[in-house]
Design a binder for this molecule. Structure first.
Ligand code: FE
Length: 129
């Protein structure tokens, strides 16, 4: 359930232009350009918009795609999924359950134990060790 609601103007003040484009306009950063795809430190990944805990480094893996990739979320209910039919293909969009921000997409070709690949924009995340 979305409990953090801000106007676009409020989000623009809070976020960098890059964060705003991804979180609020469903943008995608170019592969291999984000700050976390090659981050191997142990820690927590939170939503850059609202600070909600989303992913743990424990579930991060090298997908080779150039985006931070995780096989599971930090806890159930952290994200919401919805079908995204834009761009001529049907994908599952991943959004932050707390603020509704766009994070990325999830695909059913991930590693064990879940088989899921959450493909997430670095720009939608903040990281803390
Ligand atoms: Fe959020």
């Amino acid at each position: 359930m979305i409990t953090i609601n801000k106007t676009n103007q409020e989000w623009k003040k809070k976020l960098t232009p890059e964060q705003y484009k991804i979180l609020r306009e469903e943008g995608t950063e170019a592969a291999f350009t984000g700050k976390y795809h090659d981050n191997h430190d142990k820690g927590r990944y939170v939503c850059a918009g609202c600070g909600a805990e989303l992913f743990s480094s424990n579930a991060k893996f090298d997908s080779g795609t150039g985006w931070p990739s995780f096989y599971e979320v930090a806890h159930s209910g952290a994200v919401e999924l919805r079908e995204d039919a834009s761009g001529g293909m049907t994908r599952m969009e991943v959004t932050c359950a707390r603020c509704g921000g766009h994070l990325g997409h999830v695909f059913p070709d991930g590693p064990k134990p879940t088989g899921q690949r959450y493909c997430i924009n670095s720009g939608a995340l903040d990281f803390s060790k």
